[in-house]
Design a protein around this ligand. Structure first.
Ligand SMILES: O=C(O)CCC(=O)C(=O)O
Ligand SMILES: [Fe+2]
Length: 209
């Protein structure tokens, strides 16, 4: 949806208008959240936005079919997101869990509420000050589950190089807190993220110094 939004007539009419409106609103929320996160890091409120953390938005609609034997499988297995931040809208079915102190904790749906996840790229640029969250989705027999995940990071048209380089923010590293990650271009980061796949390990291990 950003920075290269599809032409409206490329979107199915059933969700064309709502997808465009939702994108605008979720982008505005992301910018507010990035200001708060920047302040929490002791940076200028516009720091994360100016780095391009919300320069791109990919909306992904998930449909998890109802499952007759949910104990034998997963809706979506354990992973952390390969972006700066994810804003997630889930329906009333439930099943999303986050890994907290080695325990899977339910994130029950709250009507009208969005779930915000810190992604791996945010962990990298904040030099581990913010940690990306590992999460998964259980399969269920109650009925199909639908969610819409909005991934914030720059997205290019197929074939365009994503040469922007990211590393720990200079103001967040010091002698006492040396860089934990090497700099990487978004292109190399994404190549690694997708090549590795969802295998239960963190994409960040590859970039740790
Ligand atoms: O469907 C959900 O609630 C989570 C989806 C998710 O984690 C993802 O798309 O990365
Ligand atoms: Fe995710």
């Amino acid at each position: 949806m950003a920075p290269h939004p599809p032409k409206p007539d490329e979107l199915p009419s059933a969700f064309r208008d709502i997808m465009i409106e939702y994108s605008e609103r979720v982008m505005a929320s992301a910018c507010t959240l990035l200001e708060l996160l920047s302040e929490a890091l002791g940076l200028n409120p516009l720091h994360l936005k100016e780095m391009g953390c919300a320069e791109g938005l990919l909306l992904m609609g998930h449909y998890y079919p109802e499952c007759p034997e949910p104990e034998l499988t997963m809706g979506l297995s354990k992973h952390s997101d390969g972006d700066f931040m994810t804003i997630l809208l889930q329906d009333q079915i439930g099943g999303l869990q986050v890994l907290h102190q080695n325990h899977w904790v339910d994130i029950p749906p709250v009507p009208g509420a969005l779930v915000v996840n810190i992604g791996d790229l945010m962990q990298l640029v904040t030099n581990d000050k913010f940690i990306s969250v590992e999460h998964r989705v259980l399969a269920n027999r109650q009925g199909p589950r639908i969610s819409v995940a909005g991934f914030f990071r720059r997205h290019e048209k197929t074939g365009e190089p994503t040469s922007k380089v990211y590393g720990p923010i200079k103001q967040l590293v010091s002698e006492e807190s040396p860089p934990v990650y090497r700099e990487t271009s978004l292109k190399d980061y994404l190549a690694h993220y997708y090549e590795k796949g969802i295998d239960g390990t963190s994409s960040l291990l590859h970039f740790r110094l």
